[in-house]
Design a protein around this ligand. Structure first.
Ligand SMILES: *Cc1c(COP(=O)(O)O)cnc(C)c1O
Length: 612
């Protein structure tokens, strides 16, 4: 049926309504008629123009039973003259039907069936008369997304429909082709993609520090995509630039900088925020590095704990400082940096003639959830005049909680802070802020004055053209999700959500600390939601603590994890650390998780690990 010379749009309207007749030129409006009339001429000339329709407000204007045949008749038959509204419709069709009252969510009632098999992306806007097809298509996309969203929270669905990479490659044709696909295939692509996606909002998904799916955050992300703009200037992102200003100031206030003064930026993740901190710290000490490079300055060294995030080293590599210049400070048995070791290593580096320029303390380490002693570290940084950075990518969220924020005491003395709202606060990925205490430093460090973007003779306050602070040119709008969620929840809403996650972690800890078959990786109540433990299968329980036991224990977590993924019931992370063999790291950042889900996780680990 599809012929290159013919633009064929299949008209598939399962239900008919007066509105429809208007759009097809059958109503009173001459303007509409004019458009449809030319369609009819084309039809006669051998070109079939079809309109795909779907109720915009589903559920109040259609009537089941009228097939698209009726609509075709309208286009094809005696429709050349405008006729009375509803004249062609089935009896009674003109009466609006009340919204459905079914309790199926999402409701799929009374949906007009649009046949996308003959439609292509070129039939969507900006195609001439593409409005209806576009709305219909996007509504179908939204339906797919809504079904996914609702399913994500359903405990009877799998967290993951696991396939091995080669299976998944063969399961479906993912290849890119020269010829366009139909919109039907595009919709299928979307369904397929979501079918194999990991349901990161599922109440039993514990695998990562960023979990959960916030409805307002999701809405904000959709809005952000629809607005599709770039953060570099006020000129093209007026509202978003202001919201970034307001939100960063609020975050700095929570850090404890008076009046929220200072600077900052939303960056593509905590790793980049940490790198920014390193970049700015270096610039503060040796501004000439911007023009002259590393050759012009002495050998720099940075300090961070052995439990810190690998991004500190990555940043050093990227900035030409080198990973050898990142000195790892020893931690106590709970993963907190030992301040006396920090001081010792600073003195040692100075003796060698190196210049200590940055200490990156961690507030909430990635595996243990440990909070470095920020006050003691701040004292040392002050004494040796070193930039103090706090990597609060994971732990920063606790600043929202009156009950837990003491764990970050001393953060207000930092020169810069990384804080990822996309982790503990459940903001959709990605959303990470770097906060800097000294205003203007980011600007002088990074600005290049691109005159095609940042014209100095614009007619508004140029301080709102914040883009030159960034390393990036174009920058995604990350702030809106956080801002809208904050508006929707209030600070107290975030607080409640975070307190609940911490309470669940404590519940898990209390449940397994003395349970047969469990061993904690470190003693004591976890400070964050990280609960680190080994599951000891029955066969290992009476074994002596020797090498054989270690090597068998090392294999336990990976096997249980693989089984979890095959069954698709839950997901939790594991890793070795230092001299500790593979252990589970449970983290809770998903507000959808409940006590029952924690119970489920324990049962599942035991079910899957019994025979090992
Ligand atoms: C996750 C994490 C990072 C990196 O953040 P991304 O947003 O994944 O780049 C940095 N530091 C710590 C402590 C983290 O837990």
């Amino acid at each position: 049926m599809v012929n290159k010379n013919k633009a064929v749009i299949w008209l598939a309207v399962s239900e008919l309504h007066p509105e429809l007749t208007k759009y097809c030129g059958l109503g009173h409006k001459r303007a509409r008629w004019g458009r449809a009339h030319s369609s009819l001429s084309l039809w006669k000339a051998g070109v079939v123009i079809c309109v795909s329709l779907k109720p915009v407000r589903s559920g109040n204007w259609s009537r089941p039973g009228t097939s698209h045949k009726g609509m075709l008749a309208l286009l094809y038959g005696d429709a050349e003259k405008p006729v009375e509204t509803g004249a062609r419709a089935a009896p009674g069709a003109a009466e609006p039907r009340p919204a459905c009252t079914c309790d199926k969510k999402p409701c799929g009632c009374q949906k007009a069936e649009v046949n996308y098999a003959f439609l292509h992306s070129t039939d969507l806007l900006p195609a001439c008369n593409g409005e209806i097809t576009t709305m219909s298509f996007l509504q179908d996309i939204v339906d797919i997304l809504l079904q996914y969203v609702v399913k994500s929270f359903d405990r009877t669905t799998k967290v993951i429909d696991f396939h091995y990479p080669n299976e998944l490659l063969q399961e479906y044709n993912w290849e890119l082709a020269d010829q366009p696909q139909t919109l039907e295939e595009i919709l299928l692509n979307c369904r397929t993609t979501l079918k194999y996606a990991i349901k990161t909002g599922h109440p039993r998904y514990f695998n990562q520090l960023s979990t959960g799916l916030d409805m307002v955050g999701l809405a904000a992300d959709w809005l952000t995509s629809a607005a599709n703009t770039n953060m570099f200037t006020y000129e093209i992102a007026p509202v978003f630039v202001l919201l970034e200003y307001v939100t960063l100031r609020k975050m700095r206030e929570m850090v404890g900088w008076p009046g929220g003064c200072g600077d900052g930026i939303f960056s593509p993740g905590g790793a980049i925020s940490n790198m920014y901190a390193m970049l700015i710290a270096r610039f503060k000490m040796f501004p000439e590095v911007k023009e002259k490079g590393m050759a012009a300055i002495p050998r720099l060294v940075a300090f961070t704990s052995e439990h810190s995030h690998f991004s500190v080293k990555k940043g050093a590599a990227a900035l030409g400082i080198g990973t050898d210049s990142v000195i790892l400070i020893r931690c106590d048995e709970r993963g907190k940096m030992i301040p006396s070791d920090l001081e010792r290593r600073i003195l040692e580096a100075k003796q060698k003639g190196f210049v200590p320029f940055l200490v990156s303390a961690t507030a909430g380490t990635t595996v243990y959830g440990a909070f470095d002693p920020l006050i003691a570290i701040a004292d040392i940084c002050k004494k040796y005049k070193i930039w103090m950075h706090v990597d609060g990518a994971w732990g920063g969220g606790l600043l929202m909680s009156r009950k837990h924020k003491w764990k970050l005491n001393g953060v207000e003395r930092a020169n810069s802070v990384t804080w990822n709202p996309h982790k503990m606060m459940g903001v959709p990925l990605q959303c990470s802020a770097l906060l800097v205490r000294e205003e203007g430093l980011m600007q002088s460090c990074n600005q290049m004055h691109a005159s095609y973007l940042f014209q100095q003779d614009k007619h508004y306050d140029l301080s709102y053209d914040t883009g030159d602070k960034a390393l990036q040119c174009g920058r995604h709008v990350d702030v809106f999700k956080l801002w809208l969620m904050w508006r929707a929840k209030g600070t107290t809403g975030f607080e409640a959500q975070i307190d609940k996650c911490l309470e669940l972690a404590e519940y898990l800890y209390n449940k397994i600390k003395n349970r047969e078959g469990y061993e904690m990786v470190f003693d004591g109540k976890p400070q964050h939601t990280n609960v680190c433990f080994w599951y000891i299968p029955p066969s290992l329980r009476s074994m002596e603590d020797n090498e054989e036991r270690m090597s068998r224990l090392m294999k336990v977590a990976p096997v249980i994890k693989a089984r979890m993924m095959e069954y698709g019931t839950t997901m939790v992370s594991y890793q070795p650390l230092g001299d500790k063999v593979n252990f589970f790291r449970m983290v809770i950042s998903n507000p959808a998780a409940t006590h029952q889900d924690i119970d489920f996780l324990i049962d599942e680990i035991e079910r899957l690990g019994q025979d090992l």
